[in-house]
Design a protein around this ligand. Structure first.
Ligand code: SF4
Ligand code: SF4
Length: 752
């Protein structure tokens, strides 16, 4: 693209009063660009000035020095043939300016504030010169069909909703019929007002709607053997349910088992692989996948004092539902919701509000079938969110249902019945309850916790990564991006995502179906899905210099990069979420995007003017995550919280994209420190790209060692975790880091 620049310095929102605008225009001129001013570039007249320059003078890279790049995005989008660059003078300088203090007069503060603004104009000019127009990656054809895995409520709903939106759907169910667990329900929880009565199961209606929908093809007794490819072009190989394919991980065979296999006393679990590639060469192709394979009851036999598996008539809630459907509900039943014992406050594994509500439903069965029946619900936490509070109230008002907080210490046989021993009840006394049956509130364990349900043919393995972080749930960022897994184009709903009741499952399925459709459309347009929705850039590799070190393929959080036998990356752009982690990882610096590259950010760093003769004017570069930390800074500025004016902020897509060469660039150009502000990591991570901030933290530890060997203190580089809600503390976080740098003194290489 032949670029023509125009710099537009806004004087509105307090910028004109606080800054030397002529000085800023001069900086633009030093960079060979003409600057114009207006009192409100966001307004109609201001934008028209820019449009006129584009039409009359051929400007195609407007550099708007005004408010934060997070606001007025659409207003400052001048079409696909232009690139808008922003300098944040409003939130980043004027609204967050330091206030005069005993140490600094107004005059000195003004000087520092203007230097900050000048650097932001320099940085924006450098960015404008290096940025390029992305050309979206377009695959030859995009398949619009959606594969739905699982024929329960979630899968059936997702299939129906996708079909209603005009998509062909391939629905795969491993059992021989559709309906899932709901087929075994005697009744279902309330789904509508007045929210206090059980309802007849509606599953058959849903099954019929799917079976009669001409857009939906159903395959029962079938499982997915393998998923290869990428959004818009996944190749799906199926297998007969219950059989093994060559892609399944071998079952573990213990010494005892091998002995039995050798003696012919048991079958080899790894025998009988089917070569599906040969037997079924015609794989189906689909554009996106909805994962709705549901849950299984979590194991409760580990709680020995409760007797499951040992005492007759101690059953799980799932087993009780079957008995209830057959009309075999005894008159006196205890529903135990927490294991009690030593860790008495704990719930059963994978239990949540659904387990509570199922206990109330099943307690109602006891009363329906036995006029004098009694149901005892013993819990530590009773959760009935939203409208289900009314259902809970109904159970409370039922004379035969007793609800109490209680620690269960044991279940024992007593004659033909059972005794449940409890303490710490709401009645302030220990209770021994004589009952006919005990029902344990087993939680809902996602099928993804059992085996690699999706069986992906990806370099990083067949399953979603890091499942242990979520107890096996398939979500990639539960807070910000529901339904999204760590594999682009595969969307989770229902029990694989969280323990859901029927109403939530239906909501979930609609969400996942929409996400699948959005993904197909994005793949077709060559743009990214969430969180950088619509981004037409993608990582490009200068393979001639690739050393096949595999860092990019290993660190990509979304498995977007496969590799060949030698270790050269094989990019799959439609799987890519444009986080830049691969760019940050590459030691050869050969990965870059048209609009986000090593050279571009490096030039922005080098554009900062570093005074080499003034100890008061330390310079610190801060690479700031655009998802959480940068908005936190903007919000701090909106509250007029002062931000330290020694820091030069450069927004990055993710801390994972920060290549250590930028830190070296900063320190070798005389800057005194480099700070990375990004999302929290660890078990409660908030990183939009899963591990970017954690990866950056490790890289910074390594570069610290390198700096040490060069005679620079490793403490000059730091990573700090900032959540989007930390706007009231982010300023202190920065100040503390600067105090540490002040202790170290100026960069000894300043001026060299
Ligand atoms: S690391 Fe990020 S930008 Fe690079 S290929 Fe993977 S998803 Fe795409
Ligand atoms: S990180 Fe860079 S050098 Fe290493 S394999 Fe990837 S592209 Fe090649």
């Amino acid at each position: 693209m032949d670029k023509k620049y125009g710099v537009y310095i806004c004087t509105g929102c307090g910028i004109g009063e606080a800054l030397d605008v002529d000085g800023l225009s001069a900086i633009a001129q030093e960079n060979g660009m003409t600057a114009k001013t207006h009192e409100a570039f966001c307004g109609e007249a201001g934008r028209q000035m820019i449009k006129d320059d584009m039409a009359n003078e051929g400007v195609n890279v407007p550099v708007i020095c005004a408010c934060s790049p997070r606001v007025w995005k659409e207003e400052f989008n001048f079409g696909p043939e232009s690139i808008t660059v922003r300098a944040n003078l409003r939130e980043g300088v004027v609204w967050s300016a330091e206030k005069p203090s005993d140490d600094r007069s107004q005059e000195v503060v003004d000087e520092f504030t203007n230097e900050l603004a000048q650097d932001y104009v320099r940085i924006a000019c450098a960015q404008a010169m290096k940025i390029d127009l992305p050309v979206p990656y377009k695959q030859e054809t995009t398949n619009r069909r959606i594969l739905v895995m699982g024929g329960g409520i979630a899968g059936l709903t997702a299939a129906r909703e996708a079909a209603k939106a005009g998509h062909e759907v391939l629905l795969v169910e491993k059992t021989d019929k559709l309906g899932g667990k709901a087929l075994g329900w005697r009744k279902q929880l309330p789904t509508k007002a007045p929210w206090n009565a059980l309802e007849e199961s509606s599953i058959q209606e849903l099954v019929s709607a799917v079976q009669t929908d001409s857009r939906i093809t159903v395959k029962t007794s079938t499982e997915v053997a393998r998923i290869a490819g990428a959004p818009g072009a996944f190749q799906i190989t199926f297998k007969e349910a219950g059989t093994r394919s060559e892609w399944d991980a071998p079952s573990r065979v213990t010494v005892d088992m091998q002995d039995k296999i050798d003696k012919g006393e048991m079958e080899d679990p790894n025998a009988g692989y089917k070569k599906y590639t040969e037997a079924n060469p015609a794989a189906e192709i689909v554009g996106a996948v909805v994962l709705a394979t549901g849950w299984v009851p979590a194991d409760v036999s580990e709680f020995e004092h409760l007797g499951h598996g040992k005492l007759k008539n101690v059953v799980t809630n799932a087993e009780f539902e079957e008995l209830a459907k057959e009309g075999k509900v005894p008159a006196n039943v205890a529903f135990i919701q927490s294991p009690g014992g030593e860790e008495h406050d704990k719930d059963f594994p994978y239990a949540n509000s659904v387990t509570s509500m199922v206990a109330l439903k099943q307690a109602s069965y006891v009363r329906e079938d036995n006029p004098d029946g009694k149901a005892y619900v013993l819990y530590q936490h009773m959760r009935t969110p939203g409208n289900m509070e009314l259902f809970y109230k109904g159970a409370q008002n039922n004379d035969g249902i007793f609800l109490t907080k209680a620690t269960v210490t044991g279940v024992e046989e007593s004659g033909s019945g059972l005794v449940v021993k409890t303490k710490d009840t709401l009645l302030q006394e220990d209770l021994n309850l004589e009952v006919d049956m005990v029902v344990l509130g087993a939680g809902m364990k996602p099928t993804t916790a059992l085996a690699p349900t999706v069986n992906l043919s990806y370099r990083q393995g067949p399953a979603f990564l890091d499942l242990e972080l979520f107890d096996g749930y398939a979500d990639s960022n539960f807070i910000c991006f529901p339904y999204e897994t760590r594999r682009t184009g595969v969307y989770a709903c229902g029990g694989v995502r969280k323990a859901t009741d029927m109403v939530e499952t239906i909501d979930d399925a609609c969400g996942a179906a929409l996400k699948a459709i959005q993904c197909i459309e994005s793949a077709d347009h060559g743009v990214s899905v969430h969180p950088r929705s619509g981004d037409g850039s993608y990582p490009e590799f200068y393979f001639q210099r690739c050393t096949q070190c595999k860092r990019c393929t290993e660190e990509c959080p979304f498995g977007a990069l496969d590799d060949d036998a030698k270790g050269t990356p094989l990019p799959n752009p439609t799987r890519c979420r444009r986080c830049g982690t691969c760019m940050g990882a590459c030691p050869e610096r050969i990965i870059g995007f048209k609009n986000y590259s090593i050279d571009m950010i490096g030039s922005m760093v080098k554009a900062v003017e570093v005074p080499d003769d003034d100890e008061d004017k330390l310079r610190i570069v801060a690479f700031v995550c655009e998802n959480d930390a940068y908005p936190a800074l903007d919000m701090a500025a909106m509250r007029r919280i002062s931000l330290n004016n020694l820091v030069r902020v450069i927004p990055v897509r993710c801390l994972g994209s920060v290549n250590m060469v930028w830190i070296k660039d900063a320190l070798s150009s005389g800057m005194d420190g480099a700070l990375l502000l990004g999302c929290k990591f660890g078990d409660d991570y908030q990183c939009h790209f899963v591990k970017g901030s954690e990866i950056a933290d490790k890289r910074m530890a390594n570069i610290g060692e390198t700096l040490g060997s060069l005679g620079l203190e490793p403490e000059r580089c730091g990573v700090r975790q900032v959540a989007i809600t930390d706007y009231d503390t982010v300023s202190e976080v920065i100040n503390e880091f600067i105090e540490e740098i002040k202790e170290l003194g100026p960069n000894p290489f300043k001026g060299f």
